[in-house]
Design a protein around this ligand. Structure first.
Ligand code: HEC
Ligand code: HEC
Length: 277
């Protein structure tokens, strides 16, 4: 009994030490200008598609020049995220479809050196008033008719709790002003080369019923549709009388008359404040 306790204690101490060293596992190439240059090249090939040139954020991924990040603080955590991706988000694992060819450990450390060299220390100050943005989101601007944030709202459009962290301010503004320019990604599946996009769809079933909505998932034989009443339909394509898809977003285009720049900034500030939690 006494021995077993002693054994457990040693194991606990050993695990404790191991975790401690892993957390301390710093970038062997930290601060090396040549490594940063090589990392910049790797970044442009594998990451800029989503994170933008200069890592300043793109349509699909967050700005990585923010010194305070959401998932990653230490270099070791960043190594984990770049190697394994972030499950449930568009951030892919090393060597999978989204991220090009697999990178070696050295190349990953080079990229981290590059990202660190681009970081801007000054905290970004919110431009808008988050509290007012929240009122608009759940009130006059009607966003919550279709979108859910922190468990409240509709399900027709994508869930937006994480959008403030995963996309840049500019990309969110563009989604509201020009919804059809770049449709949101829906399901990302390992088996699919490209994630499903929220395309608009109108079908007529065999018994003459028309269903309008957005595609949630589709393959050669079947299509899954969320209709405007948030009902999900799984349909066998061969039985449909007609099937029309369009890249016109099912989200209304909010121009400056419908929603002023100032109010939109407040809504973005609200989404950013939720995403930062
Ligand atoms: C297909 C798009 C895509 C590609 C390609 C991609 N990322 Fe990401 N990445 C994302 C998204 C989206 C997130 C945010 C996930 C979230 O929080 O919802 C993210 C998050 C991250 C984070 C965490 C940021 C934080 O705030 O903690 C790091 C670091 C990162 N990516 C680095 C990289 C690097 C390096 C590459 C290239 C090797 C890369 N990403 C390629 C989409 C992508
Ligand atoms: C009638 C339903 C509807 C309303 C109202 C609506 N949206 Fe949308 N929204 C959608 C749909 C459907 C999509 C997915 C297609 C697309 O990307 O345009 C979407 C996409 C988005 C995206 C892109 C999400 C991503 O992950 O890329 C953002 C951001 C967004 N909406 C914000 C808003 C805001 C803010 C408002 C209120 C000012 C709003 N929406 C009002 C239906 C709606």
């Amino acid at each position: 009994m006494g021995n077993r306790c002693y054994f457990a204690l040693v194991v606990a101490m050993f695990l404790g030490t191991a975790a401690y060293t892993a957390a301390q596992n710093d970038n062997p190439l930290a601060g090396d200008a040549k490594a940063a240059k090589a990392g910049e090249y790797e970044f442009r090939i594998n990451c800029a598609l989503c994170h933008g040139l200069g890592a300043r954020g793109g349509g699909r991924g967050p700005d990585l020049t923010r010194a305070v990040k959401k998932h990653t603080h230490s270099d070791a955590e960043m190594f984990q995220v770049i190697s394994n991706g972030i499950p449930g988000t568009a951030m892919p694992a090393n060597g999978t479809n989204g991220q090009g060819v697999g990178m070696t450990d050295e190349e990953i450390w080079q990229i981290i050196t590059y990202i660190r060299s681009q970081e801007v220390r000054a905290p970004s100050t919110p431009l808008g008033v988050a509290a007012h943005g929240k009122d608009l989101f759940f009130g006059d601007a009607n966003c919550s008719l279709c979108h859910m944030v922190e468990g409240k709202g509709g399900r027709f459009g994508p869930e937006l709790t994480g959008v403030g962290a995963s996309r840049t301010r500019e990309a969110i503004v563009d989604s509201v002003r020009n919804p059809s320019r770049q449709l949101a990604w829906g399901l990302t599946e390992a088996t699919k080369e490209f994630p499903q996009e929220y395309e608009s769809v109108t079908v007529v079933t065999a018994d003459g019923k028309e269903i309008k909505g957005a595609t949630l998932n589709e393959d050669s034989f079947s299509v899954q549709i969320m209709d405007t009443n948030e009902k999900i339909h799984l349909l066998d394509k061969s039985t449909l009388r007609s099937f029309h898809k369009s890249r016109q977003s099912a989200m209304p285009k909010y121009d400056a008359d419908m929603l002023s720049d100032k109010d939109l900034e407040d809504i973005v500030a609200f989404l950013v404040s939720v995403g930062a939690k």
